[in-house]
Write a protein that binds this ligand. Sequence first.
Ligand SMILES: NC(=O)c1ccc[n+]([C@@H]2O[C@H](COP(=O)([O-])OP(=O)(O)OC[C@H]3O[C@@H](n4cnc5c(N)ncnc54)[C@H](O)[C@@H]3O)[C@@H](O)[C@H]2O)c1
Ligand SMILES: [Zn+2]
Length: 334
Amino acid sequence: MNQIQVDLGERTYPVLIGTECLEEALNSLLPDRVQKVALVTQSNIGIIPSINVEHEIFHIDNGERAKTLKTVEDLCSRWAQWGLTRTDVVVAIGGGLVTDVAGFAAAVYHRGVDVIHAPTTLLGMVDAAIGGKTAVNLSEGKNLVGSFWQPVGVVCDISTLSSLPEREWRCGYGEVAKYHFLGAQDLDQQDLAGKIMKCIQLKAEIVREDERETGRRAILNYGHTLAHALEMEKDFSLAHGEAVAIGIRYAAEIAKILGRIDQKRVDEHETVLEYYGLSYKLPSSYDWAQLVSLFQRDKKAVDGISFVLDGPEGIEVVKIEDQEILIQAMEALQ
Ligand SMILES: NC(=O)c1ccc[n+]([C@@H]2O[C@H](COP(=O)([O-])OP(=O)(O)OC[C@H]3O[C@@H](n4cnc5c(N)ncnc54)[C@H](O)[C@@H]3O)[C@@H](O)[C@H]2O)c1
Ligand SMILES: [Zn+2]
């Protein structure tokens, strides 16, 4: 088993990475005081580790529509009925949806109980389960209600990915592709475990520097402004990572229009996305004006529209002064 530390002072925690290691790693992370473990997962995942203390399985539904305050309320009610106390532990076993929902419920239940994440999707391992962001959606937007709640540990058992459907691999690779441009070196020369570890390492570094996203952590949103708008506009018919792939290519186009990068660098974006089998064309069915209006709801849109863009100084948040270029860049992605 390999270990990467997320260094956050008293909230420091380990990410354990290996194969066939789920049970051993989970049990090793349980604090001695724990009497009950609430396992939160989805019924179709079918990964139920055996835990050394009393435990119960709490299923939540599938899909972004289940990522709501109602699901959090239901979970907390069921925990309370079962007698989960503030000194017990929640273990989330699933993709980003499960870790986001269970993480947020853990953050607010009894004003905060410990949570351990066991991501079972590639996206969960390289992104969602690391860094302590938790959230649920409102009808007004994705991830609008949430909190920073660092887990006490994360277990990435790569063998759990063996049942992952092809589309979920593509989703994960959308985020892995993102790390190429955030500075992960030689990602394409690594095997799967190596890729996952390099991505976690980089995310851990960024989170350590800026836990609460007051600065550098925003670069993790590379490709995400358009991605979130695409997801919202068509009611999540594009999966997150698929939307991120289009968003990454779109951000490259905006950066080129602004003179921040050249065509060669745009081509590099396409090569990386193609390497992961990702499509980056903007489907013609989207309403461009509607997408631009959705950009205004983006978390970064404090004062006008901002994008995370590549450039001579690397990836950074850039305010868009001329909104015409947003449409111009969409034309280029047809
Ligand atoms: N908190 C963060 O920092 C962060 C970062 C990125 C994404 N996210 C969130 O993560 C969510 C997306 O996560 P996701 O892509 O993992 O999707 P997901 O959690 O919805 O999982 C996708 C599908 O795969 C299934 N699944 C999970 N593990 C499986 C396995 N091992 N075998 C077979 N099927 C399996 C799930 O049941 C689900 O049907 C979004 O809600 C997004 O907002 C959060
Ligand atoms: Zn993402």
